[in-house]
Design a protein around this ligand. Structure first.
Ligand SMILES: CC(C)(COP(=O)(O)OP(=O)(O)OC[C@H]1O[C@@H](n2cnc3c(N)ncnc32)[C@H](O)[C@@H]1OP(=O)(O)O)[C@@H](O)C(=O)NCCC(=O)NCCS
Length: 157
């Protein structure tokens, strides 16, 4: 099914709906993702920010971003409700983060893929990301196995 949607920047009040989309993603229970709390999401939205995808009145997708130094913008918490997948929602959310990176003159977007979610690597490759063995994810959970790091260069317009 093709879902129509719009993308907007988050406000702190989006935290419960953002968290609900994350929890509906079906992530492996061993992943630190599944232990994320609403309070942690709210902290991210207050201190860093993100985007939600809205279809009708409903939040159907989410993504966060957070700088790591002057050159790198990290992308995190990307999720789309199962029933809204396959309509380009995630592609649009990732593009919104890349636009933030471009506007703020970051050189690259960096993200971490959990060892329990390796099947998503092909999705990011499709969007121009590549596994980068030389890069590290600064905000990785110390309780989880080291993630696979992927990066994409952001060219100035
Ligand atoms: C991965 C996820 C975000 C994709 O959301 P989506 O809205 O269905 O993705 P899109 O519709 O924007 O897909 C964009 C393209 O990627 C492709 N794609 C989607 N999932 C893919 C996958 N797992 N592997 C390879 N390609 C994939 C789509 O077919 C589409 O290709 P096309 O434009 O050529 O048709 C969604 O499946 C999800 O929420 N998964 C669980 C959470 C998760 O793994 N998040 C990532 C954390 S690192």
């Amino acid at each position: 099914m093709n879902v129509s949607f719009l993308i907007r920047s988050t406000t702190p009040g989006d935290a419960p709906a953002f968290h609900a989309v994350m929890m509906a993603a079906g992530m492996d229970p061993r992943s630190s993702w599944t232990r994320t709390t609403v309070a942690q999401v709210e902290w991210s939205l207050v201190n860093h920010g993100g985007f939600v995808a809205i279809s009708g009145e409903r939040v159907v997708g989410c993504v966060g971003h957070r700088p790591d130094g002057p050159a790198t913008l990290t992308l995190n918490k990307l999720a789309v409700l199962p029933e809204a997948r396959g309509s380009g929602v995630a592609r649009a959310l990732v593009a919104a983060v890349e636009e933030v990176a471009r506007e703020r003159h970051f050189e690259r977007v960096l993200l971490a893929v959990s060892q329990f979610n390796l099947s998503v690597i092909g999705f990011y490759e499709k969007l121009g990301y590549a596994v980068n063995g030389a890069a590290t994810y600064a905000f990785a959970s110390p309780l989880s196995p080291p993630p696979v790091v992927m990066t994409k260069q952001i060219d100035a317009r």
